[in-house]
Design a protein around this ligand. Sequence first.
Ligand code: NAP
Length: 271
Amino acid sequence: MTESPSTSMPAGIDALDHFRLDGRVAILTGASSGLGHRFAQVLTGAGAAVVLAARRADRLAELTDELNANGKGPAVSVTCDLTDAGAPDALVAAALDHFGQIDVVVNNAGISRVLPAVDDDVEEFRRELEINLVAPYELARKAGKWMLDNQRPGSVVNIGSILGTVGGGRLKVPGYASAKGGLHNLTRELASEWARKGVRCNTIAPGWFETEMNSNMFGSDGGMSYINEGAAMGRPGYEGELDGALLFLASNASSYVTGQILHVDGGWTAI
Ligand code: NAP
């Protein structure tokens, strides 16, 4: 097939290079399971050194050992509850102590509760906001300050949700929807504050991917019909279908992209 001049690539350019993370350092939260466990492998596979965070020390140790043994990473872990006041500082310090810099933050840790608003307990609602919104804000602020003070370009990638863009329908998620909606607009705010200083902030808003968080949904006929009916593509996301979005937003491949919510949702928010 003859290529048109507009689509031909000049000799010597490999656009895939833009997606590499060699020499970069990433802080990733929620690495002990689910999407975060996968993201740790994606980031290190593209060349990044990583600082991994979560509460389950055994899971983190197993993952860091595996990454380091496979010649990926290097990876270190910090066992912490991200809602503890000192956690963001501890993650920033670990990145600087071990690797001397911070280039990427992936705010992935989160929790979700399903119950109608009228049955909610406001303390539980506050706790959900703390983990899903306040903790990402604190880590982005602390890492972002280091990037700005040191005039380093950087990328903050938040993990939002389709339920930060639209309501849950018959799934009742008042706290989760509030927190993720806040995270989506926090993304735009941080992007606008930092855009001229080279620090970008974007969000991936996944549709449904099977993890510990939603095993009840995937384990029931009602849950599966909700998932399959709501997605335009009629199915959940499969393992690996967030890899490209993560690498795009973490790397220079998205160097002119900031303040965006990238829905990876099989068309959930398109219909
Ligand atoms: P998951 O398997 O339950 O993972 C959640 C992670 O967050 C775990 O590593 C957990 O680690 C960590 N975490 C929770 N509370 C924490 C705390 N207080 N301090 C430190 N770490 C904490 O669920 P997942 O599906 O992978 O979720 C990852 C992210 O994707 C979440 O933000 C979620 O809202 C988002 N998301 C998921 C889907 C989906 O379909 N799976 C869709 C949209 C958005 P420890 O328990 O070890 O602390």
